[in-house]
Design a protein around this ligand. Sequence first.
Ligand code: ADP
Ligand code: MG
Length: 259
Amino acid sequence: MSQLEIKNLHVSIEGKEILKGLDLTVEQGKVHAIMGPNGTGKSTLAYTLMGHPAYTVTEGEVIFKGQNILELEPDERSRLGIFLAFQYPVAIPGVTVANFLRTAINARRRAENPEDKGIPIPEFRKLLKEKMAMLKMDPNFAGRYLNDGFSGGEKKRAEILQMATLQPEIAILDETDSGLDIDALRIVADGVNALMSKDLGVLVITHYQRLLNYIKPDYVHVMMGGRIVESGGPDLALHLEEKGYEWIREKYVEEEAAA
Ligand code: ADP
Ligand code: MG
């Protein structure tokens, strides 16, 4: 069983420190939720884990399968089993969903073995059909151009289908600031629940408690000031929904003052 171990992570953007010593471990088979006020660095964490070049790691490490993934390129992280579902996926007119997924699978296979001929078409069709059925998707979806004119919900479906096809071991879902409607939330949640297994660890990032009505987290963490300041079970999310973030902010400020 692998786990993603984030240790003392410090990250800056344009010279400003956003993550200030974040520690968190996400195990395969578990759902961890991160909640926190806007601007606290939740998306910064997601992008840093995947290797976005705008974010500079100044201290700390992220260990997965015995490697510090911060030293790897995004595609290497992906091959190692890490996946990030984008909040705002990019449209690629002219490239169908099926083509995109097949290209992604083949890129992985060729990185492992340069001689690889790519996934045989019948095998790919079977895989795609199976995953789309599991996610209750209309088969016509595969023939549409990726995200081109997709509704918010359809974009989410495409991300989840990509996750189903690439079969990551750790999936990061950043849902934070988007105005996801209840249908889109359900799509994400149903997709994640359908894919959930002992081999998949999920880090779901959300500003709102309501997503966690559909994806049941095993652990909930509160992020504030670029750090995890409180961790607990699912009850913590409900408590936050009721009481807001202020009580944690006060407690955290007191702790800082005492330190
Ligand atoms: P959250 O996802 O918790 O709302 P973010 O990680 O998006 O927070 O942002 C954390 C802080 O970093 C904010 O103060 C934000 O303004 C700043 N920030 C994020 N991305 C950028 C960027 N590309 N350029 C400059 N500042 C950024
Ligand atoms: Mg965000």
